[in-house]
Design a binder for this molecule. Structure first.
Ligand code: ADP
Length: 159
């Protein structure tokens, strides 16, 4: 039984996140998507909204759970007895940040192994920030996020 933690802001969840979660669930017996309570990132969606949208969007993936967590990801790893931290690597631009983060986590908890997955090429340049920008300007985001996320984004834009 090997559990993996998949942490992120998920503001909001996109097809790129879903792709990575699906790949991880083929390798690990349980994947816990951890929605980071991260006020410094000033998320558009509340923690509860991000959890709800992630749950709905990931419901077809077997053996996956969605939780929220406030605090260090290594504490979450220890609490759940996880064997790995899952992160997605898109382009080279992700590498330096992810590399530093993986070493920092390992320095805090030697057992914290970070495992990277690459998404399908069509999601290699997809990120939540761009999706929000496109939505703000009235562009079509149907190819980037599930229908429920699209609807919630459009509602947010009206407020
Ligand atoms: P964070 O603020 O922790 O970077 P994100 O929600 O932006 O949170 O991303 C969580 C993880 O998902 C990161 O490892 C990120 O690289 C990965 N990710 C996000 N979008 C994609 C994508 N389109 N393809 C692959 N990985 C992705």
């Amino acid at each position: 039984m090997s559990t993996a933690i998949y942490p992120g802001t998920f503001d909001p969840i996109t097809f790129g996140h879903i792709d990575i979660a699906a790949r991880a669930s083929k390798i690990f017996s349980k994947v816990i998507a951890v929605v980071a309570v991260n006020p410094s990132k000033n998320p558009l969606f509340t923690t509860e909204e991000r959890v709800e949208l992630a749950r709905e969007s990931l419901k077809e993936i077997p053996r996956i759970e969605v939780i929220n967590y406030e605090g260090l990801i290594v504490n979450c790893v220890a609490e759940y007895g996880a064997a790995a931290i899952i992160r997605g690597l898109r382009a080279v631009s992700d590498f330096d940040y992810e590399f530093q983060m993986a070493f920092t986590n390992r320095n805090m908890l030697a057992a914290a192994e970070t495992v990277f997955f690459m998404p399908d090429a069509k999601y290699a340049y997809l990120n939540s920030t761009h999706v929000k920008q496109i939505a703000i300007h009235g562009g079509d985001i149907g190819g980037f996020v599930p229908e429920i996320v699209k609807q919630r984004l459009l509602e947010k834009m009206k407020v």
